[in-house]
Design a protein around this ligand. Structure first.
Ligand code: G3H
Ligand code: 13P
Ligand code: ZN
Length: 318
């Protein structure tokens, strides 16, 4: 059942975080739904611009609709990840999305507010909620390179002004993470002090953590042992920090890279072990099972595992 992102946030706020998982193809969709049902978790399925144009956005939408029928118990929201203004309008008008993200974080503050405000007006008129971003994450964000050294954490006072003036429903904050497999060097990690300070300024506003993959070392090792060349120093967020962050209002935790690592490990190992093989269904089946396991394990750490029945009850009262 596709539901409003806002409703999922209202259920989760301050208690647990929803996994927001990026998908691109059929196998990811099947593994994602299975993992969420196995762990009894509500979730957010998110589509980036790149995912929407990988085959055809209509293919993705049709597969998600089909998954809704194949897994009738699933409770989830559909979200546009890192949208520009034009793509946001396209998704709002399509009637398929529960929420959109307008990412104008690379624009100056006033411009970011103005663009977000325009998207909010169009989205709210259709009951769709809007995630906006303030602050700069390190690493790669769609096509924009931001030097990690210049990564700018979100300023709590600016966050308050931004939310008030833009009218956005949730806020993606820079709190120490970056996209991709190389997030931290040394002992860096989440800036809990900053999350707390932001929550104090905008209590009740769902916060979003981008760049949340954990980049499991055993996954990186397995990939490299089967012919991969991921650089040393691949390091992600400690997944044991998801729940403490959730208690401070982080309601949505974006995970993409980790799923790509599962895909890479499964396929590399499969073809290394079976060099004579050329049937795509063998590794595909293995990937779906492994991805489902991964999703369930993440939901346990996010605290969303086991919330499905409760969220269904909650939605009845909405
Ligand atoms: O934050 C970006 C997401 O990981 C999506 O990546 O634009 O390559 O689909 P993508
Ligand atoms: P990761 O690269 O850490 O998986 O982050 C994904 C993300 O933020 C999608 O918006
Ligand atoms: Zn992101």
């Amino acid at each position: 059942m596709i539901v409003a992102t806002k409703q999922l946030f209202a259920h989760a706020y301050g208690k647990y975080a929803l996994g927001a998982y990026n998908i691109n193809n059929l196998e990811q969709i099947m593994g994602l739904f299975k993992g969420n049902i196995d762990s009894r978790a509500p979730f957010i399925i998110q589509l980036s611009k790149g995912a929407r144009s990988y085959t055809d956005k209509r293919m993705l939408e049709a597969m998600i609709r089909a998954a809704e029928e194949v897994f009738p118990e699933a409770v989830f929201a559909v979200h546009l990840d890192h949208g520009d203004e034009k793509t946001c309008y396209e998704c709002i008008d399509s009637g398929f999305y529960s929420s959109v993200m307008i990412d104008a974080s690379h624009d100056p503050f006033e411009e970011n507010i103005a663009i977000t405000r325009r998207v909010v007006e169009r989205a709210h008129a259709k009951g769709i909620s809007v995630e906006a971003e303030l602050g700069m994450l390190g690493g790669v964000e769609e096509d924009i390179q931001v030097d990690e050294k210049n990564a700018l954490l979100t300023d709590p006072d600016e966050a308050k002004e931004f939310v008030e003036r833009s009218g956005c429903d949730s806020l993606a904050c820079a709190i120490g993470t970056s996209h991709g497999a190389y997030k931290f060097s040394g002992n860096q990690g989440l800036h809990f002090g900053r999350i707390e300070a932001i929550q104090k300024e905008i209590p009740g506003v769902p916060l979003v953590m981008h760049g949340s993959s954990s980049v499991p070392p055993e996954e990186v090792e397995a990939i490299n042992a089967s012919g991969g060349k991921l650089k040393e120093g691949a390091k992600g967020v400690d997944p044991n920090q998801y729940l403490p962050a959730a208690k401070l209002g982080v309601c949505k935790v974006n995970i993409d890279t980790d799923g790509r690592l599962v895909w890479t490990r499964v396929h590399r190992q499969y073809f290394q072990d079976k060099p004579e093989e050329f049937d795509l269904r063998g590794p595909g089946k293995l990937f779906m099972a492994e991805y489902a396991k991964f999703i369930a394990s993440r939901n346990e750490l996010l605290g969303s595992a086991g919330q499905l029945d409760d969220v269904r009850e909650f939605l009845k009262g909405q």
